[in-house]
Design a protein around this ligand. Sequence first.
Ligand code: UD1
Length: 421
Amino acid sequence: MDKIVIEGCRPLKGEVAISGAKNAALPLITATLLTSGWHTLHNVPDLRDTRTILALLASLGAKWERQGTTVRINSDKIENFEASYDLVKTMRASVLVLGPLLARLGRARVSLPGGCAIGARPIDLHVQALAKMGADFTLEGGYVDGSVKGRLTGSTVYFDIPTVTGTENILMAAVLAKGTTIIKNAAKEPEIGNLIDMLTAMGARIRGRDTDLLQVEGVKKLRPAEGVTIIADRIETGTYLIALGAAGGEAKITNCDPSLLPSLLEKLRVAGVEIEEGRSWIRVGRTGHLRSIDIKTMPFPGFPTDLQAQIMALMTLSRGLSVITETIFENRFMHVAELRRMGADIRVDGHSAIVNGHGRLLGAPVMATDLRASASLVVAALAAEGTTEISRVYHLDRGYEDLEGKLTRLGAVIRRVKETQ
Ligand code: UD1
């Protein structure tokens, strides 16, 4: 297992280009299961998670090829309908094949994701909605096995919680269903808009983009998607913005979409980070002290839970008290113990973490526990005095393309070393 070593306390400077969004690439890749032919996707990040989803598609019978950031996928021969435990256990989003496989083959067998580091994360809402559309489910040997005779039937689906991958699964199931599907309390994350654009380009009829009320009129046949572009990764963008705020310095973040980060940009400004934005770039810098701010994670356009750990690392460097409340996942404070090893003063009280910022962190050996927790340790390490060694960095490789390269070009002193045991 590799580890990353960072020499901290060096202001960052330069330019960094943002990759395509992991959380958009995953559903867009699974949407190619809906119909045969060659699909072409642009701006697909090369990450451990995108490799996993492409391996999953290949295990179902798809062919794919990558040239740079363009991935072509052919789903002519989808004969297998099982997403095995080996693939699902490394990436919960593998559950995104459930909707497309039921729509295309009338059958899907997907290993249950099981417990994961940031909470129980069930898929009950996906299954209940697909059952309303006519699918029968059994649960056996850790697999959820769904089948439907003929086509799925359009139905009205209400989500108790606006689930992102749940909304995506039902959208993909509904586009080929008989009749109209209405999704109430749908999630509104921008990655869903990207999926709707792709499905529409394939011939789907969907109304209500960017709202919590989606209406899908099922069609009999779709065509392959040609030249759909994955949106910029707003979580990667946010991570670099926060890293700049933590380490100080000045940089331009390019290939990004500032409109996808309304809450973060405002919060950073209040915290004392200087931000200037254009259509596809953000200039970020910090010279003065950081002010403490309170954060509450919320569904989009609220503050993203996927940036909670990183903003907490930033708040340990401010002067004052900051209350960070996690409302999306019940156990998403794994990074707290690791940040404490670096000298942070953080107390967890239920769903809130109270950060007593005292302006500095000290390098230490720490362990990455999940994808975004790992990113928070990188943010902390860049600002900390001394050396930080982050182990289990395979978590980072799931969602950050060329992290060391991008940070090195910003002037960070960072290297990857092979762990001996
Ligand atoms: C997606 C993102 C993830 C992000 C999360 C919240 C992808 C691939 N992943 O995850 O990075 O952190 O949205 O923005 O896009 N829930 C249920 N039952 C269900 C489904 C969800 O109770 O059937 C609950 C979850 O436990 C959680 C909440 O709903 O408390 C929201 O989760 P959800 O939006 O489904 O997260 P994911 O789609 O898994």
